[in-house]
Design a protein around this ligand. Structure first.
Ligand code: SAH
Length: 476
């Protein structure tokens, strides 16, 4: 984090603005909106500033900036077109530990002013750390459309009910659930439609009726996190991540996805490296049941799709046996994500009319597959968890009729900034995995379609762009 975001209370506090032009005038009106007292120091004023200084809360010193102007101020903004003036305002303020902003000169600032969506008391502030004010403005424009104008009124309504709701519900979790229902339900919709009084009545009624409600019942969401790139999450996955009380995740979930989880949510790492299970599957199943019975909203987050080599079926059958309600949210499976991001269509009119997903790793570490069915011409085979069995895979496929020259792609950490694609063939597979030091998570794509990689490859991760590897620091 380059800057620490805060919202300052400037009501009746003394602030200094140096400069009398348009840029300075904009800052003065912003400060006035926050209720500040503003002293403007500038030999001349533009028309806009002239209007502003007629305000009771603004005083004007018609002269050049002087050192003592900074004294007794809680905030200083310089917006002149003279470099030396801006610089000395910045230095003097910094020497006195008064926060200072010099418009459009991040190197002279001790704080920056974000782009703001103002639905007071709701405010959304956007900053690029001074890197690109234009980008911040564009982002703000996008967010504007997501934050209905009525959010301010909605917040005021909530505020007026806060004490009552606190009295009614003893636990923080109950209160949060109540408010989430209100803010995402009818009350909010009525308010957005301008029916403020009806919204208030509904809220009152919701509060009264909730009195006799049973203890909150937990639920489990089995959510596919996709192969790594957070942009590949579904909307539903994102929404649930942001509502969760607890997130139970394993090694394949990429760190940038965990960053999207609600900040207050508890995170439980349950591991699952090959042959080194941090928690056994049975214990994971029981953990989910226990958390849900405690009334928590549990997101069980899994790499890729929960129903493809994800043991999702086992987890939900335990939930079902224990009467815990659940939802399953599909995710983009590794085969699909890695194929797209390496430019290898899994099927193609000229090369492959079918595709099979198989796991190259079985419980006891052996590879025991129906090789005859796999070694089928015009078929693409995608191996999950296959690195340890590559020797057997290539030998058996060749023995059952596939040419030793059949091309093979190894896609490591597919869809992430660390993606690596290595092309070989069945004859060279085992040696390539060793020589290129291929590491999990990797999928292996076998079939003629792999030839298309050379022509269709489009995704170029930036070298060193993401220093965080998979399976990084577990949070417990
Ligand atoms: N449910 C997951 C698969 C879990 S099995 C899904 O649908 O994708 C774990 C295997 O998935 C890994 O051993 C690896 O073969 C593959 N895998 C998962 N994420 C991957 C990624 N980003 N890049 C390459 N392979 C990946």
């Amino acid at each position: 984090m380059d800057f620490f975001p805060v919202f300052l209370d400037l009501e009746n506090r003394n602030c200094l603005v140096v400069g009398g032009g348009k840029v300075a005038a904009r800052k003065v009106s912003l400060l006035l909106r926050a209720g500040a007292n503003v002293e403007v120091v500038a030999p001349q004023l533009c028309d806009e500033m002239k209007r502003l200084v007629s305000n009771d809360k603004v005083s004007h010193q018609a002269r050049k900036f002087e050192e003592p102007d900074v004294d007794g101020k809680v905030l200083v903004i310089a917006g002149t077109d003279q470099q030396d003036v801006n610089r000395s305002v910045s230095e003097l303020a910094k020497a006195r530990n008064v926060p200072v902003n010099v418009v459009d000169q991040p190197e002279l600032c001790s704080f920056i002013v974000p782009s703001v969506i103002d639905r007071s008391p709701v405010q959304v502030a956007v900053s690029t750390g001074g890197a690109s004010p234009v980008l911040a403005r564009l982002l703000r424009a996008r967010l504007e459309s997501y934050v209905p104008a009525a959010y301010g009124r909605l917040a005021r309504l909530v505020e007026s009910f806060r004490d009552k709701v606190k009295q009614r519900f003893a636990s923080v979790d109950q209160r949060r659930q109540f408010w989430e229902n209100v803010l995402q339900g009818e009350v909010a919709e009525l308010l957005f439609a301008g029916r403020d009084e009806t919204a208030r009545d509904y809220l009152q009624k919701a509060l009264e009726e909730s009195e006799d409600e049973p203890h909150p019942v937990g639920e489990v969401y089995l959510v596919g996190a996709g192969p790594g790139d957070p942009d590949l999450l579904t909307f539903r996955a994102l929404r649930l991540l942001q509502m969760a009380d607890v997130v139970v995740y394993d090694r394949l979930v990429a760190p940038p996805i965990l960053d999207l989880v609600r900040r207050e949510a508890e995170r439980i790492y349950v591991g699952k490296e090959r042959d080194r299970h941090t928690l056994s599957q049975e214990n994971i199943n029981q953990l989910l049941v226990r958390l849900a019975k405690e009334g928590k909203r549990v997101v069980r987050l899994k790499g890729g799709d929960p129903f493809i080599f994800g043991r999702g079926g086992e987890e939900i059958s335990t939930l079902m046996e224990n009467g815990v309600t659940f939802q399953v949210v599909p995710g983009i499976t590794a085969a699909s994500g890695c194929a797209s991001y390496s430019g290898i269509p899994l099927t193609h009119r000229d090369y492959a009319q079918s595709v099979v997903f198989v796991t190259g790793h079985l419980q006891d570490g052996s590879v025991d597959l129906n090789w005859k069915a796999l070694a089928h011409p015009n078929q693409t085979i995608v191996f999950y968890m296959g690195l340890h069995g590559v020797g057997v895979v290539s030998r058996e496929l060749v023995r059952h009729g596939l040419p030793a020259t059949t091309p093979v792609a190894l896609v490591q950490q597919g869809t992430t900034q660390n993606q690596r694609v290595v092309i070989t063939d069945l004859a060279g597979l085992e040696a390539t995995v060793k020589n290129e030091q291929i590491k999990p998570p990797t999928i292996i794509i076998v079939g003629e379609v792999v030839e298309l990689h050379e022509k269709l490859s489009w995704f170029n991760p930036l070298p060193g762009a993401n220093p965080r590897p998979f399976g990084g620091t577990p949070h417990v």
